[in-house]
Design a protein around this ligand. Structure first.
Ligand code: SF4
Ligand code: SF4
Length: 340
C-alpha cells in the first residue's frame, strides 16, 4: 500500500481541491455535536469530531428517499446518483458501511442504495477524540477495514495518507502530498492501535461467544428487565450504522393521478413496526416491549452475526447516547448475558 504525508498547512487546499470537483460530505459542528453535512467552506471540516448524531449511512440511504414518481401513464425511477466524496469517516463507521453493502447486495441487490454507494469515494480518518460510549476497540476490531479509498491518520504535523484504491489515488493531484517516511507510517499504525485500546467502553466476549450466548438467552429475564424502561421510541435504531429497515409509502399529488413512492427509515423497537393487517383487524407479532427489545439484540448479535461472521454492530456507541432510558448500550446488555 502506498502512503503519503499531507501537512496540516496543506489540508485546507486539498479539501478545497476536492470541493472544486465534487460535493464533499464531511463532519461539521452542530451546536455541541457533529453531523455529516455537505461542506460549504473547507474551514467547517472537523476531523477532531468524536462521533456524529447520525452515521454516514445517510449518504447512501437517506432518511427519506423517493423510489419512483408515477402518473396515469406509468412511472419513472428516481435513481440519479451524484459523484461525491465522503470525507472523514471513522474506521468503525467504514466497517458499518461495508456491512450495509452486504445487506443491500446479498440475495437481492438494492439499486437505490448501491447507485449512491458506487458514486461515492470514501476518505476515512483516524479517531482523534473518543465518543464517551464508544467500544469499537472490542467490537469487530478484527474485521478488516474495507470499502474506503483513502485513509488519513492524524500524526505529528499532519496526516499519514494510505492509498487503498485507484479511485483514491486519483484524488492525490488535488493536494500537495509527499511520500511518507517509515517513521510516519509506523506512527500512523500506533495512532490507530491506540484509538482502539483507549475506547471508553469494552465488550468482554469474542464474536462467537457473543453469538452463542445471545442466541441461547432467548428466554432470559434480562430482556424484560431492561425493556421495562423502554419508551419504544426507536431512537436506538435510527442512529445505528447497521440498521437498514425501511417503510415504503405512497404520496398522491392533488391532481389525484400522480404522486411518489418513497421509503423512510423504520425502527423495529416501535410498536407499529411489527403490526400487520389481517382479516377483520390487525395483528402484532412483537406486541410486548420485551420482545421488541430482545429482537434488536438477536438480530445484531446472533442472526446477522451468522451472515457477517461477526455482530452487526460497529461499537460506535450512538445507540447508548440516543437512549433516554439509558438501556440501549450493547456493552451493558451483552456483558451481563456473558456473565450468566
Ligand atoms: S448497535 Fe449501537 S453501537 Fe452498535 S452499530 Fe448500532 S448504534 Fe452503533
Ligand atoms: S432508544 Fe431506548 S427507549 Fe428508545 S426504543 Fe431504544 S431502547 Fe427503547
Amino acid at each position: 500500500m502506498k502512503s503519503y504525508f499531507l501537512s496540516d498547512q496543506n489540508l485546507s487546499a486539498f479539501v478545497e481541491g476536492l470541493m472544486s470537483k465534487y460535493p464533499v460530505i464531511a463532519p461539521v459542528a452542530k451546536r455541541s455535536r457533529f453531523v455529516f453535512e455537505k461542506l460549504v467552506d473547507a474551514s467547517e471540516l472537523r476531523l477532531d469530531y468524536d462521533t456524529t448524531i447520525l452515521p454516514p449511512k445517510k449518504v447512501f440511504f437517506p432518511a427519506k428517499q423517493d423510489l419512483i414518481h408515477f402518473d396515469q401513464h406509468g412511472f419513472t425511477c428516481c435513481i440519479d446518483p451524484t459523484e461525491q466524496v465522503l470525507l472523514g469517516a471513522h474506521p468503525h463507521d467504514i466497517k458499518g458501511i461495508a456491512m450495509s453493502d452486504i445487506f443491500y447486495s446479498d440475495r437481492h441487490c438494492d439499486n437505490n442504495y448501491m447507485a449512491n454507494r458506487k458514486a461515492t469515494t470514501i476518505i476515512g480518518s483516524s479517531v482523534q477524540n473518543h465518543y464517551k460510549h464508544a467500544f469499537f476497540g472490542t467490537m469487530n476490531a478484527e474485521r478488516p477495514l474495507t470499502g474506503h479509498d483513502l485513509f488519513m491518520t492524524a500524526i505529528e504535523g499532519g496526516f499519514a495518507v494510505d492509498v487503498v484504491t485507484e479511485r483514491g489515488e486519483a484524488l492525490l493531484p488535488l493536494g500537495t502530498f509527499e511520500p511518507a517516511t517509515e517513521a510516519q507510517v509506523a506512527a500512523a499504525v500506533e495512532v490507530n492501535r491506540k484509538a482502539e485500546e483507549d475506547c471508553p467502553e469494552k465488550l468482554n466476549g469474542t464474536a462467537e461467544e457473543i453469538r452463542e450466548k445471545v442466541r441461547t438467552s432467548f428466554k432470559s429475564p434480562v430482556w424484560e428487565a431492561f425493556a421495562e424502561k423502554c419508551f419504544s421510541c426507536g431512537s436506538c435504531n435510527i442512529v445505528c450504522c447497521t440498521c437498514y429497515c425501511f417503510d415504503v409509502q405512497d404520496e398522491w399529488n392533488v391532481d389525484g393521478v400522480s404522486g411518489s413512492r418513497f421509503r423512510l427509515w423504520d425502527a423495529c423497537l416501535t410498536r407499529e413496526f411489527s403490526e400487520v393487517t389481517s382479516p377483520g383487524g390487525s395483528e402484532n407479532f412483537r406486541e410486548e416491549r420485551g420482545e421488541r427489545y430482545r429482537h434488536r439484540f438477536m438480530r445484531k448479535a446472533a442472526y446477522l452475526n451468522e451472515q457477517l461472521g461477526g455482530p452487526a454492530c460497529t461499537g460506535c456507541g450512538r445507540c447508548s447516547g440516543a437512549c433516554t432510558a439509558n438501556i440501549a448500550n450493547p456493552t451493558t446488555v451483552i456483558n451481563k448475558l456473558l456473565e450468566q
